[in-house]
Design a protein around this ligand. Structure first.
Ligand code: GLV
Ligand code: MN
Ligand code: MN
Length: 463
């Protein structure tokens, strides 16, 4: 590695000023208790995006957006590399670099970062591919101020730092804020659209309900057609790098600075509807009720037992129940349950899925109910690129930061992108592991460490 960028560090104060505005300004979604409420396409979310647009312009970077509403700062490549003389198509084809199966071949062949950049350049001739860095500005309802926002602000700061230093780049750099990572409406929406994985049926039956999606898109000036046309040209991406908080306690407990993600868990979600009969809550005897809440509650407890006993690597969550009609004095006729379960192993999903659906049927039967299951998303577990993991590890070593390899239990946009370009992520420690809550906190020094690792890894791949 040359020393031309080795010394470079992000501007911590500048990054903090931007991060704080996003975290503490009421109009950008701050809730006053340390958290933020910025669900996709809410007023606060759209205002935060306008604010990001202004920041990009002020920084003198190019602003870009697309039909999925992804917002980006863009810094164009500024050198034409020499053709890679020693590379043959066998050793370095776009397939090797851009497909999911690249993990094994990357590990065997171990191309240098420069070779990766050069091979992309030669293959795409006039248009240099883009190295994406980023995360998301949307939040879960009453979530934390670090989840997503840190990754976007760090990516943006990396571009500012590189622009300011006037470094030569073989790849374009883009700091992106992806639409609806959190799944208020669809989940990984902007990244799926960009990767060309978005299908009409996903928009027809989103987990956040169709009416909410239509209203949200209208507010954001987007449409189903624009969403479906946001796919980037094949081979236009050189990779995707994301900095995120860990959202767990492993780094904190181990006293480590950085987690280098090896894989992201898969996530399957369902709406389970337990259906009984509405009755008068005072005049119907206890044994004469078809009470939908009993099926939903019994299933919740039984599903927990199943996962804890037979699927120790998996987790399951029932995050919402909607009662129809929900009232003090009506026996509930219907309860819609939001069910989600996660696993790092593809094969485990099939087995857990069968077991849970059977359990729902049994519990419904026990209380004389009907049950319907509507699948609302099946995201597979995703391996991270060996090359990107190596770039992160080298960057950590150079910066003197202690790192480890870990699996992400949270979903991330890299899942959408891993079959079209090499993807990698790093985590910084979450105090007490708190996340999706206003208690979410990461020491600023850790955030800056993460941003510097992101900067140095990006430069290894792009300079
Ligand atoms: C996103 O934060 C998720 O894992 O649900
Ligand atoms: Mn996130
Ligand atoms: Mn999140």
């Amino acid at each position: 590695m040359t020393d031309t960028f080795h010394h470079l560090r992000v501007n911590s104060d500048r990054m903090l000023a931007a991060f704080n505005e996003l975290a503490h300004s009421h109009r950008l979604g701050a809730t006053g208790d340390g958290g933020v409420n910025r669900p996709t396409f809410s007023e606060a979310h759209l205002t935060a995006r306008k604010w990001f647009h202004e920041q990009i312009k002020t920084a003198g970077l190019e602003f870009r957006t697309d039909g999925a509403g992804n917002y980006s700062a863009f810094l164009a490549a500024n050198v034409t590399p020499a053709l890679p003389g020693t590379w043959t198509r066998d050793r370095c084809t776009p397939g090797n670099l851009l497909s999911k199966s690249s993990v094994a071949s990357e590990a065997k062949q171990s191309p240098t970062y420069m070779e990766i950049a050069s091979s992309h350049q030669s293959l795409l001739a006039m248009t240099p591919p883009t190295l994406l860095l980023g995360s998301h500005l949307d939040s879960v309802p009453n979530g934390g101020r670090f989840d997503g926002a840190l990754g976007v602000m760090a990516a943006f700061e990396v571009l500012r730092t590189i622009k300011e230093a006037g470094l030569k780049l073989r790849l374009n750099l883009e700091a992106i804020d992806f639409t609806d990572e959190e799944g208020t409406l669809v989940g990984l929406l902007g990244s799926a659209a960009l990767a060309g994985h978005l299908h009409r049926d996903l928009l027809q039956n989103p987990r956040g309900r169709r009416e909410a999606l239509l209203e949200g898109m209208k507010r954001a000036g987007l449409s189903e057609e624009s969403m479906l046309s946001a796919a980037r040209p094949k081979n236009s991406l050189a990779g995707y790098l994301e900095l995120h908080i860990e959202q767990g306690k492993r780094l904190e407990r181990a006293g480590l600075d950085i987690g280098i993600v090896s894989a992201i868990v898969g996530i399957w979600s369902y709406r389970l509807s337990f259906i009984g009969r509405a009755d008068h809550a005072g005049t119907t005897t206890m044994d004469d009720r078809l009470d939908a809440s009993l099926g939903a509650s019994a299933f919740t407890l039984a599903a927990r037992e199943i996962v804890m006993k037979d699927f120790p690597d998996c987790v399951l969550n029932i995050g919402n129940m909607e009662f129809t009609r929900g009232a003090f004095n009506i026996v509930p006729a219907r309860v819609d349950v939001s069910l989600e379960f996660r696993s790092p192993e593809e094969e485990e999903f099939q087995q857990l899925d069968r077991t849970l659906l059977e359990c729902a049927k049994q519990e419904a039967l026990r209380f004389g109910l009907e049950v319907k299951a509507e699948s609302l998303g099946k995201h597979s577990p995703t391996l991270m690129s060996e090359t990107v993991q190596r770039a992160f590890a080298d960057a950590c070593d150079d910066l003197g930061l202690k790192h480890t390899s870990l699996v992400s239990g949270a979903g991330h946009d890299g899942q959408s992108l891993a079959d079209i370009c090499p993807v990698g992520m790093i985590f910084v420690p979450s105090v007490d592991g708190a996340s999706h809550s206003p208690r979410e906190f990461t020491e600023w020094g850790d955030c800056v460490n993460g941003a510097n690792v992101l900067l140095q890894a990006a430069l290894r791949l792009a300079a």
